[in-house]
Design a protein. Sequence first.
Length: 460
Amino acid sequence: MLQQDAVAQFRGQFRGELIEPGDARYEDARQVYNHMISRKPRLIAQCADVADVMAAIGFGRANEMRVSVRGGGHNAGGLGVCDDGLVIDLAPMRYVHVDPASKTVRVGGGCRWGDVDHAAHAFGLAVPSGIIATTGVGGLTLGGGMGHLTRKYGLTIDNLLSADVVLADGSFVVASAEENRDLFWAIRGGGGNFGVVTSFLFQGHPVHTVCAGPMLWELDQAADIMKWYREFIVEAPEEINGFFAVMTVPPGPPFPEALHFRKMCAIVWCYTGSMEQANEILGPVRSYRRPAFELFAPMPFPMLQGMFDGLYPPGLQWYWKGDFFKELSDDAIALHLRHAAKLPTMLSAMHLYPVNGAAHNVGNSETPYSYRDAVWSQVIVGVDPDPANSALITGWAKDYFEALHPYGAGGGYINFMMEEGEDRIRATYRGNYDRLSAIKAKYDPGNFFNVNQNIRPSEE
Ligand SMILES: Cc1cc2nc3c(=O)[nH]c(=O)nc-3n(C[C@H](O)[C@H](O)[C@H](O)COP(=O)(O)OP(=O)(O)OC[C@H]3O[C@@H](n4cnc5c(N)ncnc54)[C@H](O)[C@@H]3O)c2cc1C
């Protein structure tokens, strides 16, 4: 039982804010993006700086507390928070420094991707991330990171140059290709298992205006579009990225009223070249099956990154399932169509993110992310604002996942999973699990950081 005088003493060492049950800010501070998760921590330590993170780790150890680390709070399973324990919340550490000379971007551990997109864009740069700007940099990066620039510049981890890490014993280290190389390997896909990353250094790339946006087709054309897409995306130039989706058209602009609430399929494109070249590349699909609607236009990269933020505000109910795929067979396509026709709510969706192109330039064991041979990372999300629909969205996502899973590559992207247990984590890391486990034993032998997709420390 945590003693009140221990908390009072901790306050004296701590620069940020310490929030306890009963405090005015507690209800707000304990929330995560997915409102299917509701956890009640004993203490939330909103850290102002690295010294606060060190102090919080020391406090958690001294008081034998369960500890979770919160970056952007977007995790599917709500792994940024824990019941009855200590939350090390990095939210106040939201700075971004761009070095235009080296084209590198230094990012505080509590940043959201929108912070990075905004700051880097002013210098004509971008860092590969995901497709939603409100997602945290911390969790997304440590799990891999896939999005609109993956085919051109690889996963987010492929663009990580170094990280500042506070370890389980409270010490501070730098992990990079030059220092603590084993730790640097482990954090590029191994999640929050090895320490608290207080700062990330990324390589930026010259991306400013992209030609981007969705094309939509009726579901009765989805099989043809998927068959076209499965060929296209393995041959296409790396400058073009396109993720495939089954979705329901939202009832508002820019979508024409005739399409509102229709279940459709879509490809959301991002091309880093000119509009003229983009039209040349996408001409064949337009003439093969004319989209029922498209919003493909030149736009600043941050605009694309924020395109879906309004549709998916924090506070919805989410149920997630993820899997990797090497191919998209005719049988699998037929199953996709069957489950797409049953989309249970307006916000529920299935996305297939291409994880090929530049992401394939790195070998399966060069980083913990072991599915470099997969072509797609599939995510199925049951989403709705109403908690009364949680069984409905969960059931749909599970059924859809189970139908397609036999066609999958074996594991799934760690950041698209809720809590699925150790077998699934091992299936995801494949041959890299034992090495991760040995590095965990070196840097966190007592498994202090265990509120995550947990890698157990190997035994001596
Ligand atoms: C709407 C939505 C869209 C998404 N789209 C994409 C996408 O396009 N591409 C993609 O790759 N992923 C995507 N994701 C998944 C996303 O990568 C994960 O949810 C990720 O865990 C979010 O990171 P976070 O920092 O916000 O999470 P948190 O909930 O804060 O933390 C998640 C985990 O990471 C650990 N962690 C976070 N920050 C740190 C840190 N600084 N140091 C140590 N450990 C840390 C935590 O301990 C926890 O275990 C999406 C998620 C959502 C909700």
